[in-house]
Design a protein around this ligand. Structure first.
Ligand code: RET
Length: 287
C-alpha cells in the first residue's frame, strides 16, 4: 500500500525498482536490449537511404517514409534507453539497481509518442508500393490514420493504470484493440488487392509482409499486458523477469515492424520495378 501511494500512476517497472530492485543481469539486459533497439534504427536509416535508387521513382516515397520512421525511432528509443539508466541507480548494500531518489521515474510513454509518428507512416508506406484494384486510396489512408492514432492514444491513457486501476487498464486496452482490429482488416484488404496483378516474386513478398505484420504488431499488446502475463490477476510488481520480457518484446517488435517490414517493402518494390523495365542490377550508376 505504501508503494502504491508513493509511485502513483507510474508503470510497474518502477514498482519493481522500489520494491525488490533489479539484479545486475536484469538491469544490464534491459539496458543492452534498449541500446540494440536504437542502434538498429541507425543502421536501417543507412539501408533505406542507400537503396533508394534501386526502385523505380514511383516507389521511392515508401523508402522516404522508412527514413522518417528510422530517424524518429532512433531519437525516441535513445531517450527511452536513457530514461531506463537514468531512473535507476546501483545500491552497493543490497547489490541491486533501485529507483534513484530525485530522478525521473521510468515510463514507456516515449514509445507511444513515437508510434504516433511511426504507425501512420508504416501504414501509408505500403500504399505507395501496391496498386489498389478496388478500394479508394484516400479512404484507406484516412482509415489507417484515424484508427492508428485512436489505437495509440487510448493505449497511452490505459498504460498509466496498469498497477493502480486494472479495470481502467483493461477497458482502455479493449477500446484500443477495437481500432487495432480495424487496422488489421484494412491491411489485409490492401495486401490482397496488391497481390492481384503483381509479379510472382512480389506476390510472395506481400504474403510474407502480411505474416510479419500480424506477428510484429501483435507483440505490442503483448508488451502492454506483460505485468498480467506474469502476474495473473494482479500486476507482477515484483517480477524483474516481466520487465526484461517487456523490453525484449518491444525491441523485437520494433525491429520487425519498422526495419524488416521496410526491407521487405523495398524488395517488393524492386521486383515490381524490374517487371516495369527498371532493373537496378543492370544499370550503371544506379546507386
Ligand atoms: C496498445 C494498447 C493495448 C491494445 C493494443 C495496442 C496496440 C498497439 C500496437 C502498436 C504498434 C506499434 C507500432 C510501432 C512502430 O513503430 C496501444 C499497446 C491493441 C499495435 C507498429
Amino acid at each position: 500500500m505504501e508503494l502504491i501511494s508513493s509511485l502513483g500512476n507510474s508503470t510497474f517497472e518502477n514498482y519493481v525498482g522500489l520494491g525488490t530492485g533489479y539484479t545486475e543481469m536484469a538491469y544490464q539486459m534491459s539496458a543492452h536490449v534498449l541500446t540494440l533497439g536504437y542502434a538498429v534504427m541507425l543502421a536501417g536509416l543507412l539501408y533505406f537511404i542507400l537503396t533508394l535508387k534501386t526502385v523505380a521513382p514511383r516507389y521511392r516515397i515508401s523508402s522516404v517514409l522508412s527514413v522518417v520512421v528510422m530517424v524518429s525511432a532512433f531519437l525516441l528509443l535513445l531517450v527511452q534507453q536513457q530514461n531506463w539508466t537514468g531512473a535507476l541507480s546501483y545500491d552497493v548494500e543490497t547489490a541491486r539497481y533501485v529507483l534513484g531518489s530525485s530522478t525521473d521515474l521510468f515510463n514507456n510513454g516515449y514509445r507511444y509518442l513515437n508510434w504516433l509518428i511511426d504507425v501512420p507512416m508504416l501504414l501509408f508506406q505500403i500504399l505507395f508500393v501496391v496498386t489498389l484494384t478496388k478500394s479508394n486510396f484516400s479512404s484507406i489512408r484516412n482509415g489507417f490514420w484515424f484508427s492508428g492514432t485512436a489505437m495509440i492514444l487510448t493505449g497511452y491513457v490505459g498504460q498509466y493504470y496498469e498497477v493502480t486501476n486494472p479495470a481502467l487498464f483493461f477497458v482502455w486496452g479493449f477500446i484500443s484493440t477495437v481500432f487495432f482490429v480495424h487496422i488489421l482488416y484494412l491491411m489485409k484488404k490492401v495486401i490482397d488487392e496488391g497481390k492481384e496483378g503483381a509479379p510472382p516474386k512480389a506476390k510472395a513478398y506481400l504474403g510474407t509482409i502480411w505474416k510479419l505484420f500480424l506477428f510484429s504488431w501483435m507483440l505490442y499488446p503483448g508488451a502492454y499486458l506483460m505485468p498480467y502475463l506474469f502476474g495473473g490477476l494482479e500486476p507482477a510488481i515484483d517480477s524483474e523477469m516481466a520487465v526484461v520480457a517487456r523490453h525484449i518484446t518491444y525491441t523485437v517488435a520494433d525491429v520487425s515492424s519498422k526495419v524488416i517490414y521496410g526491407i521487405l517493402l523495398t524488395l517488393t518494390a524492386q521486383e515490381m520495378s524490374k517487371a516495369e523495365g527498371y532493373d537496378y542490377e543492370k544499370m550503371e550508376n544506379a546507386i
